[in-house]
Design a protein around this ligand. Structure first.
Ligand SMILES: Cc1cc2nc3c(=O)[nH]c(=O)nc-3n(C[C@H](O)[C@H](O)[C@H](O)COP(=O)(O)OP(=O)(O)OC[C@H]3O[C@@H](n4cnc5c(N)ncnc54)[C@H](O)[C@@H]3O)c2cc1C
Length: 316
């Protein structure tokens, strides 16, 4: 079957996002092989279409009018354990990687348990993290597809340029994550079980059950806060720097009294001020408006500029 025959038209993206909002993809393709990935890019180039990569949709906001281009869903879900190493395709669910690791007494990913619908590819791109354990801590290599020369390349951990919620894959949109090797460590099953419980309990307690995309904004660098608002920093925040050396954006949003603030059918979660929930049949437009309102309030009240952690997907 050639690539054109595998491409579908006008496919709803809403069910593929944890926020459950957004319009359809003009063209949509599920990819399992390197050959199809290459062929898809050649096809899109000929048609002069933008290409967007969809992981689990747990960190994106899709426009209501849909995405005018080709949306590729990464479904390369192969996994293999080799000693202390876990090889994963970019489309592997984090939850599946955790199960595989746990089944082999491998530790290193437990912090991610309870994150819904996220893939390994999406987690690497944004250097996902919890409890001061970023995924970059266990990445050995990443197999990358370079759109510029249509070749696959092997990146070391260092080549990936990992930073807080950042990596080379966010900065250079020509680089796609195809697969990775995670370097885990052997651990006693009781300890792994304890780690998993900690992570799941935290998320059950802190995260709302309604649709969301997790934290909307990045946490603040304490030096930035100190520079912008020394008074606030000295009085309220210098003792509230987290183990990851950040000041929680949720704390600042809460200090603006925004927990529970709603706009149409979306609302700032009462459990966690950095989360916006879809209370039912919300539109992306409403989320965009609430994001903009929160940013304006934090700017006006404290002189701080929030930056989105969520990714605007297919906005033009
Ligand atoms: C309830 C909840 C809790 C969460 N908790 C956490 C948490 O504790 N810590 C945390 O860090 N995050 C958390 N998140 C956010 C989110 O789950 C992570 O950022 C996750 O890693 C995103 O992966 P994804 O597959 O869903 O990516 P998507 O949302 O599908 O995509 C995110 C971005 O990555 C790009 N992308 C996806 N796959 C690839 C690829 N193979 N190559 C190149 N680019 C790609 C997409 O184009 C998009 O720009 C949470 C989300 C929810 C809903």
């Amino acid at each position: 079957m050639n690539i054109e025959d595998k491409i579908q038209k006008d496919i709803a993206l809403k069910p593929f996002t944890t926020w459950q909002v957004g319009g359809p993809a003009k063209y949509y393709l599920e990819i399992k092989s390197r050959e199809d990935l290459k062929a898809a890019y050649i096809w899109a180039k000929e048609k002069k279409l933008n290409v967007y990569i969809l992981g689990g949709g747990s960190n994106i906001l899709v426009p209501d009018q849909g995405v005018d281009g080709l949306v590729i869903r990464m479904l390369n879900t192969k996994m293999a354990v080799k000693g202390e190493r876990l090889e994963c395709g970019a489309g592997v669910w984090l939850s599946s990687a955790i199960s595989k690791a746990v089944g082999n007494n491998l530790s290193g990913l437990e912090w991610a348990s309870g994150i819904p619908r996220a893939t390994i590819g999406g987690a690497i791109r944004g250097n996902a993290e919890a409890f001061s354990e970023p995924i970059s801590g266990i990445i050995e290599t990443v197999n990358v597809f370079n759109i510029k020369n249509m070749n696959f390349q092997l990146f070391s951990n260092r080549d990936c340029g990992f930073e807080y919620r950042n990596s080379i894959f966010k900065k250079d949109l020509n680089l796609l994550i195809w697969k990775t090797v995670l370097k885990m460590r052997k651990e006693k099953s009781e300890i792994i079980k304890k780690n998993l419980e900690k992570s799941i309990n935290f998320r059950t307690e802190k995260y709302p059950c309604l649709p969301s995309a997790g934290s909307v904004f990045k946490n603040f660098d304490p030096n930035y806060v100190k520079e912008q608002n020394p008074r606030l920093y000295d009085r309220e925040l210098k003792n509230k720097i987290g183990r990851n050396n950040k000041i929680a954006a949720g704390l600042i949003i809460d200090m603006c009294g925004l927990k529970g603030k709603s706009m149409g059918r979306v609302k700032v979660s009462l459990e966690h001020a950095n989360i916006i929930i879809n209370t039912g049949k919300a539109r992306t437009e409403e989320i965009v408006m609430l994001i903009s309102y929160i940013k304006q309030q934090v700017r006006d009240k404290f002189g701080l500029e929030l930056q989105e952690e969520i990714q605007y997907f297919g906005f033009t």
